[in-house]
Design a protein around this ligand. Structure first.
Ligand SMILES: C[S@@+](CC[C@H](N)C(=O)[O-])C[C@H]1O[C@@H](n2cnc3c(N)ncnc32)[C@H](O)[C@@H]1O
Length: 233
């Protein structure tokens, strides 16, 4: 999250560039308790095996994948706003996993499962083709510095692969507060032949996406936020 203080490791040639750096994070006692008590039910182990979503959620419902949910505030709100959808959230940062589990427990949310693993590998190994009705990528790490831009998640090869996992008619919703990244996302998604923009350029914020505290503060300071909503053809 705080790339100013992060120190991306050298990339050995055989390893793909990651969109995140794993950093130690302090866990609060509530997060530790939530991990211990709710982790076994709501955290799915990463496996090289297709996820059986009907068995996982005990029903068949539209499935939304969220990549990089951070502390999970938007994830929990959206899952409550859309109780007829099921949500799989991927996040590598353990305190975030603990924080979302805490919200799941406090609000008794049943339609979220978490995979604490790189979403690129989760997509490849656990999510079938055309399995997703929607994908949420909210405020992906902007990797501001030019030499770090290559770490940005939303790039053409990633999107070409991602769309294979979305059903025809399903959607990809991205949001960012960093204008150069918004421009990159707009270019990349517009150039992907399997996607169609639902707006002429940037979209209005869909009602289901809550304003985060961070975002509200930014808006008060006059900072912009750009939503992009594309449909799979
Ligand atoms: C800037 S934060 C935004 C978090 C949250 N979406 C929000 O709006 O507050 C980006 C998050 O994406 C996570 N992330 C980045 N790349 C990821 C990947 N490949 N798989 C899973 N999580 C990832 C990071 O750990 C970080 O928590």
């Amino acid at each position: 999250m705080d790339e100013q203080n992060s120190n991306p490791p050298q990339n050995p040639q055989h390893r793909p560039i990651k969109s995140f750096v794993t950093r130690p994070g302090r866990m609060g006692t509530g997060q530790i308790k939530a991990l211990a008590e709710l982790g076994p039910k709501f955290v799915l182990p990463y496996k090289v095996e297709r996820l059986d979503t009907a068995a996982t959620f005990g029903r068949s419902a539209p499935l939304v994948l969220e990549i990089g949910f951070g502390m999970g505030a938007a994830t929990a709100d959206i899952a409550q706003t859309l109780p007829d959808h099921d949500f799989i959230g991927c996040e590598v940062h353990e305190p975030g996993v603990g924080a979302l589990l805490k919200l799941i427990g406090e609000r008794d949310i049943g339609n979220i499962r978490i995979v604490q693993h790189d979403a690129v590998e989760v997509l490849r190994d656990m999510i079938g083709e055309a399995a997703l009705d929607g994908v949420h990528i909210f405020f992906p790490d902007p990797w501001h510095k030019k030499r770090h831009n290559k770490r940005r998640l939303i790039q053409a090869p990633f999107v070409a692969n991602l769309v294979k996992h979305i059903k025809p008619g399903g959607y990809l919703h991205c949001a960012t507060d960093w204008q150069p990244y918004a421009e990159q996302i707009l270019d990349v998604l517009s150039a992907e032949p399997a996607l169609q923009n639902t707006a002429a350029g940037y979209a209005d914020k869909p009602a289901y996406r809550p304003l985060t505290k961070f975002e509200s503060r930014g808006i008060k300071l006059g900072h912009g936020v750009w939503d992009l909503v594309f449909r799979k053809k």
